[in-house]
Design a binder for this molecule. Sequence first.
Ligand code: KIV
Ligand code: ZN
Length: 512
Amino acid sequence: MTGASPRNITIFDTTLRDGEQSPGASMNLVEKLEVAQALVELGVDVIEAGFPIASPGDFEAVQRIASSVRGATICGLARCNDKDIDRAWEALKQAPQSRIHVFLATSAIHREFKLRMTPDEIVARAVGGVSRAAGYTDDVEFSPEDACRTEHDFLCRVVEAAISAGATTINIPDTVGYATPEEVFERITMLRNRVPNIDRAVISIHCHDDLGMAVANSLAAVRAGAGQIECTINGIGERAGNAALEEVVMAMHTRQDYFHCTTHIQTERLVPTSRLVSKTTGISVQRNKAIVGRNAFAHESGIHQDGMLKERSTYEIMSPADVGFSKTDLVLGKHSGRAALADRARALGYQLTGEQLQEVFERFKELADKKKELYDGDIVALVQQQISGSVPEEWSLVDFEAMSSTHGVPRVKLTLSHAGEEKTETVEQGDGPIDAAFWAVEKITGVSVVCKDYGVRSATLGRDAIGEVNIEVEHQGRVYRGVGASTDTVESTILAVLNAVNRIIAETRTEN
Ligand code: KIV
Ligand code: ZN
């Protein structure tokens, strides 16, 4: 291998499809467009934008992404039947480069219990589906679902038939996250050795993380000759998630000596993209998460810090700047101007429009009045709140007062604005000011919610840090997210509940 030029690995991002299947991670149309654009800027090759037959919302999202997002192949998922494939093509056809991804389960357990189909019927169905998709586009991906638990002989038979029918990518999913790296390596090697027409297709790998091996399995597939990895930002996805894009990419980047592979990923966009996806889905990134976690580059022990000061490479295998962490935690304050804010936002990876900058600046000034020094975490919280504020503000906060005590009943007086009119209510109920804040918002807006999850995290260090509240609420059997940020947690809570209520109103309106 030494001296040979590195192989390029296609990065197929499925954040908007498999990632969106994470419980509570659903995104609205504007959010999906925002994430798709960020994925292009990150440099992914293929964006799996959704599953068009799944719902009218999914169809619209794939169609809008296909008609407006440029710079990557746009892919839509379809089961192996005419209706799904026709619908996928309908959604995709305006994209300059599009791919139909057809899947059909092949393992004995799926054949017998889920599909109730014989092996011959599976092969015939796969051939029929791939041929139909190939009639629309010459970029067709076929996935034998649960491939990693499929008998070798049968897998080879289906793969060969799918390639003959026109599949140009053969994706090998470890649907249930069961395989080990050695097994994945052997399975890909086996396919390369036994399927006679395998050279006519790119082999892809798609791993789930149920046993925590999704990234290792994806990399093992690459070692065995796979040319595409399917992955998601922050590793979000069905159940325990999918292989994390940032991890597979940085593994290949940092260990080029070992993998001999490259990608088109702009690695310094990894952290901003991770933050955007986390904000948009409401799924926070654990502190010690590899590559994009807050602590990924934090050196705590004295010995490590001493080593770092003498020579960075003693304890650091990648540079934080390479993955998009800013070099300094510059302090801004109430005397900082718009240009300094724009500059800092740019350094943190956000290119704000004039209008966005104006709104962030106004909130920045309000915050700087409360809090003397603003750190990068504060700026990120402000910017994120603005750029993913894609939910129309049906109801907005005007003012609130909250009171709580050790033995008394909490009291919240809340004023909200709706269509230019203000409405005030006072509630004295609940088991604390947070609960009372929920009651007050429900009383004014008339939208009742059941809180399913409530989390608060500080955007920066210090007692005056912004507290970011993320909630999940249920309304009429569906789960909605809400996020709010302020130095006052009661205010963050009110903002988060309002964000969820506004989302409920917007989504109910779209559906009617
Ligand atoms: O995990 C899986 O098998 C999938 C397929 C649709 C590729 O997501
Ligand atoms: Zn999957």
